[in-house]
Design a protein around this ligand. Structure first.
Ligand code: UD1
Ligand code: CA
Length: 490
């Protein structure tokens, strides 16, 4: 994504209202592929290395500006005033650059939109490169589409070789409306031409707006060369105005992300049911099984197998680990470890190499050492578990006393029997064992066996006395009779 020269600035227009989203959240903060629309736009803009990156805001200004600065603290925020239109927005961007002491007086100024999330840095770089190589005053990114309704149309000379201007749908006549080459709204401008032409742009049009598109005619009238770069990839110039378009763009983005992952060495069994955020990292020779969603800063190591039906957010998985039918967030799974099926990993779960979190286990804020296994049915929260320890079926850390959380510490080579409850804070030392159903309230010293249940007492004939006439009583009677007959026959 290198351009001939570094653009003087990219101005991202993001002042629009986005009412068709019908949302309390500003339109451009809605996400696809795990990144907000404006986040995608800023990433693309940043990738061509502009000297300055400006975002023009107005609608829900404070929320939008905070989000932009959170995403990229170096962005200059420009406030659009009450004069409407894309031309005014660009002008406000230039004013902010000048006020910051870094006016864009020469070189290339690129204008993009905050709601066109699939535009790539490669295409933007191509636009800038062609603009500069051809020595243009303005180069517009255009596309030929099936249904151009609503878009500005690219006007050309009779032989089609020259771009003469852009007419907005609302201002176009019948003949112009039949043109299928549309304005994407993305341009490369000569900085000087843009600044001077904008001063001439009026609001005398069907919408009473200051149109950025008018700059083309003005630049041409002043003797500048105006041209278009036509993209075949219509997705890259498509905006999302409502949630239907957002979903369509999100699906296409995902298709591209999954395809890129496959080309980079990930086996994806079913691309249609696999969702991978743009922020996820997958090593070569990873396998993603159907129905899997990978979000946020998730990283998957070489040889690891994830899925089916697994949703992971910010989970780091080591080499050759397997994660089956699992829901996880903020967890780390070391190399060779196994998780699932039906495990719920909550933030702070750290599973060591070769370890196991098995079926129907919930974990939170727990460090599990290498080779340790929590195989079936339980809860481990606020705990440190050593290495090569086996936690029996149905073990629970009772970490919450109703007011505060407490830690359970379990050492290396510990063996806990089924249904052990650890009443935290409590510590089980290295090599200790617990008996079935033990309720561990006191620390267990190294190598001890902790048992807490009373010795078993069998109350003979209890069922016959207390549950007479039941199936149990009858079965017991028959079994007793059979034993008596057998001993009589001996
Ligand atoms: C604009 C173009 C049109 C093009 C279309 C592509 C003009 C006059 N028209 O249409 O030729 O086909 O984009 O989508 O430029 N914005 C501001 N401030 C404003 C108005 C808009 O920042 O005052 C921003 C919006 O947030 C949005 C972008 O500019 O990101 C485009 O605005 P929108 O109203 O969707 O485009 P149109 O003007 O209809
Ligand atoms: Ca639009």
């Amino acid at each position: 994504m290198t351009t001939a020269t570094e653009p003087a600035a990219v101005i991202v227009l993001a002042a629009g209202a986005g009412t068709r989203m019908r949302s309390r959240t500003p339109k451009i903060l809605h996400t696809l592929g795990g990144i907000s629309m404006i986040g995608h736009a800023l990433n693309t803009a940043r990738s061509i290395n502009p000297h300055h990156l400006v975002a023009v805001v107005r609608h829900q200004r404070d929320i939008v500006a905070a989000h932009i600065l959170d995403h990229d603290p170096e962005v200059l925020i420009a406030d659009q005033d009450e004069i409407p239109g894309t031309g005014r927005a660009a002008e406000c961007g230039l004013t902010t650059l000048a006020e910051a002491g870094t006016p864009a007086t020469s070189g290339t100024v690129v204008v993009t939109y905050g709601d066109v999330p699939l535009l790539t840095g490669d295409l933007l770089a191509q636009l800038v490169t062609e603009h500069e190589h051809q020595g243009n005053a303005v180069t517009v990114l255009s596309a030929v589409v099936e249904d151009p309704t609503g878009y500005g149309r690219i006007l050309r000379s009779p032989d089609g070789s020259e771009v003469t201007g852009i007419v907005e749908h609302k201002d176009a006549d019948e003949a112009q409306r039949s043109i299928r080459e549309i304005n994407s709204g993305i341009y490369a401008f000569d900085a000087g031409v843009l600044a001077s032409a904008l001063q001439e742009v009026s609001t005398e049009n069907a919408q009473g707006e200051k149109y950025l598109t008018d700059v083309l005619q003005i630049a041409r009238a002043d003797g500048g060369r105006v041209a278009a770069v036509i993209t075949e990839d219509h997705w890259q110039v498509e905006g999302a105005n409502d949630r239907v378009q957002l979903a369509a763009l999100g699906k296409e983005l995902n298709r591209r992300t999954v395809e890129n992952a496959m080309r980079a060495g990930t086996t994806v069994i079913d691309p249609d049911t696999t969702w991978i955020d743009a922020t996820v990292t997958l090593a070569e020779d990873t396998t993603v099984l159907p129905g899997t969603q990978l979000h946020g800063a998730t990283q998957i190591g070489r040889g690891a197998v994830v899925g089916p039906d697994t949703t992971l957010t910010d989970v780091i998985i080591g080499e050759d680990a397997t994660v089956t039918r699992t829901h996880g967030r903020g967890a780390q799974i070391a190399e060779g470890a196994t998780v699932g099926p039906y495990s719920y990993l909550r933030p702070g779960t750290v599973l060591g190499a070769g370890g196991k979190i098995g079926a129907f286990y919930e974990t939170k804020n727990v460090t599990i050492g290498a080779g340790s296994k929590l195989s079936h049915l339980g809860y481990a929260g606020d705990a440190d578990i050593g290495e090569n320890t086996n936690i029996g079926c149905g073990n629970i850390t009772a970490n919450y006393d109703g007011q505060a959380k407490h830690r359970t510490v379990i050492g290396d080579h510990v063996r806990t029997s089924s249904n052990t409850v650890f009443v935290a804070p409590v510590e089980v030392a290295d090599g200790a064992y617990t008996g079935a159903g033990a309720i561990i309230r006191k620390d267990v010293p190294p190598g001890a066996l902790a048992i807490t249940v009373a010795p078993q007492r069998n109350m003979e004939g209890w069922v016959k006395r207390k549950r007479p006439g039941t199936g149990s009583a009858e079965a017991a009677e028959q079994a007793t009779q059979a034993q008596t007959d057998q001993s009589a026959g001996e």
